[in-house]
Design a protein around this ligand. Sequence first.
Ligand code: GLY
Length: 360
Amino acid sequence: MKTLHIDLGPRSYDIQIAPGLLDRVGEEIRKVCPKAKRIAIVTDTNVEPLYGARVEDSLEHAGFDTGLFTGPAGEGSKCATHLAALWEAMMHFGLTRTDAVVALGGGVVGDLAGFAAATILRGVDFIQIPTTLLAQVDSSVGGKVAIDLVAGKNLAGCFWQPRAVLMDPDTLNTLDDKTFADGMAEVIKYGCIADKDFFDFLRSHPTRGEIMANIEHVLYTCCDIKRSVVEKDELDTGNRMLLNFGHTLGHAYELAGNYEKWTHGQAVSAGMCAAIQLGFGLGIMEEDEGVQALMDLLEAFGLPTHIDCPWETMVKAVGLDKKNQGEDITMIFLWKMGEALPVRMKKDAVLENLEAVYGQ
Ligand code: GLY
């Protein structure tokens, strides 16, 4: 078992990583929500049959009344219609301001449940129980919660830190290989942006079996890197954007595939490869010390190193990027493996240099 403390003053919390933790979530949640009577468990149709009853049993054993709110699996449920239905169902359940919301599932469930918790009754306690690798290493940590709008992904949201993040690595055993690889893209990203030793560790453990044999170390290392970034920039006004390495171009690929053809991890994987080549072309990474190693590692997990993208989609994505400020955009590059660098650039300059990478 490993524990990591996220120090955000009054919004501080612990991340716990332990096999079998799913059966003890009740007692852990009792510690952080001593006054709560009711717990609304938000989950989806994939996760509920696997883990819903275990989590309910553990919570009821700890004296909570539970309500299970199961939505359809998939990004489509992260919308205003489902959020409104969830608010109404929570009121019907009798949730009060001293009660709590639990997110049991992957990133979609965490974002939706977190935004519901942040807004219902002007905000109630929230606990993350992430069950996918992507959610365990990224979306459950740091307090970003949101729903999608027609205008784009995650456009209505806020920061709402959980009271606890409870990770049971055993839940990863039920993921298919594609969903596991989706999370591996973000795992590899942490090595690229902040920890060369961890990148080398991943290179020497390039299979799902080897990662799972060391999963507590992997989860702890990724969450510790995210911890150090979030503690310095909780509200994402500065260095938290380092976590977006590979994401600007990744968003272009997601857009090009209409958010269906490519998973987020696949898009980030190809986005990291394009960003590293772009940085190399710009002379930011002086020696080509990481491109091939990164590509080999991503490929070992079945992740793409290149995605075809229509030029107009690329232009649109660079223009729409949330970090875009007027004519400028902040791109995240590696200046060497394990060290990322934000570079403010003119959008036109990004596109010109991308043309070189893409041979347009
Ligand atoms: N996933 C990026 C962040 O939490 O800032």
